[in-house]
Design a protein around this ligand. Structure first.
Ligand SMILES: [Mn+2]
Length: 323
């Protein structure tokens, strides 16, 4: 499948509904909003809506729509930034005439009868969409460009993570030429309240480092989570994992957060230079080579993951003493 096939599919439909994964990050929301804005701009006669659960953290970027089942039945469903059916927010994509998946994750698509465009050379789904628009000479509103830029900035860790390529910067350049508002994104993402800073200080004192292997882990247990009843889960689970990043001695870092909704432990895993996604997959999860996660039964299982990380680092050190 090529970019033009995505656009031709969009052209076939008057009604389009854009989905993405639950607990959205800015790449999921930015991809949705950016794609909707691009369709509106280039094909103004089409009706485009976005659905899914809301995010406190990223509410600044825009709101989702309320739409009826009847509308979806006549529509093309486009699912952004996810290709696993159990991670899609709002399962009504099942009602749509056709389903098109646009994603950049490693996992292959398990959504039945969906057409999929998956490119895991893209650091963000938003980069994929921006690259498509740029390649096909399509236009986008400045709001849409800002949303896509936000997705690229966050999924690439401000163009720092592995996976950022020369094409990422070309896509960013395209978005700037369409009026992307960098300050709006940075002021909403990188400015925090005193309370947030103090919370980070608390979690910074909580993580453990196994110095022998260079594996760090944070256990945000039920007791720990009960100290922050009003903080969205995501702000701790993903928000705190990188407190352990950028430490010379730490090669793999992980955050295991108790989720009271599912009574499970959500693992977020990160690494510098060591591929860890296979361990995430072993525990039923997935993601990117150096940034992935898995849902675990309990902290006993979390300890098994940590042991696997330690073994992995030891094995890698046998191959390459510089790790
Ligand atoms: Mn993404």
């Amino acid at each position: 499948m090529e970019y033009i096939d995505i656009i031709n599919k969009i052209k076939e439909y008057d009604r389009i509904v854009i989905f993405r994964h639950s607990r959205p990050d800015l790449d999921a929301l930015g991809s949705q909003i950016g794609l909707a804005q691009a369709i509106n701009k280039n094909y103004p006669d089409k009706e485009v809506y976005m659905v899914g659960d809301s995010s406190n953290r990223y509410a600044f970027i825009g709101k989702m729509d309320e739409i009826s089942d009847d509308f979806i039945i006549d529509s093309l469903a486009i699912i952004c930034d996810v290709a696993c059916k159990n991670m899609v927010s709002d399962e009504r994509y099942n009602l749509a005439k056709e389903v098109l998946v646009i994603d950049h994750h490693e996992n292959s698509c398990d959504i039945e009868n969906a057409i999929s465009y998956i490119d895991n050379s893209k650091v963000a789904c938003a980069e994929l969409i921006a690259d498509m628009l740029m390649t096909l000479n399509l236009d986008i509103t400045s709001y849409g460009a800002t949303a896509l830029y936000g997705g690229m900035v966050t999924d690439s860790g401000r163009f720092q993570y592995a996976g950022t390529t020369s094409k990422t910067f070309l896509a960013a350049s395209y978005l700037f030429s369409k009026g992307a508002d960098m300050d709006f994104i940075y002021n909403n993402i990188y400015v925090e309240t005193l309370e947030q800073r103090e919370m980070k200080n608390y979690f910074s004192n909580l993580y453990q480092v196994d110095k022998e292997s260079g594996v760090a882990y944070l256990f945000c247990t039920k007791e720990v989570m009960s100290k922050y009843p009003n903080i969205p889960f995501f702000d701790i689970s993903r928000g705190m994992v990188n407190l352990m990043a950028g430490v010379k001695e730490v090669v793999i870092w992980s955050n295991f957060t108790y989720d009271k909704e599912s009574d499970k432990v959500i693992g977020e895993f990160r690494s510098r230079g060591v591929t860890i996604v296979d361990i995430a997959k072993k525990y039923g999860g997935g993601g990117h080579p150096f940034a992935c996660g898995a849902t675990l039964k309990d902290y006993e299982e979390a300890r098994l993951v940590i042991e696997d990380f330690k073994t992995l680092v030891r094995e890698k050190r046998k191959e390459n003493g510089n790790i």
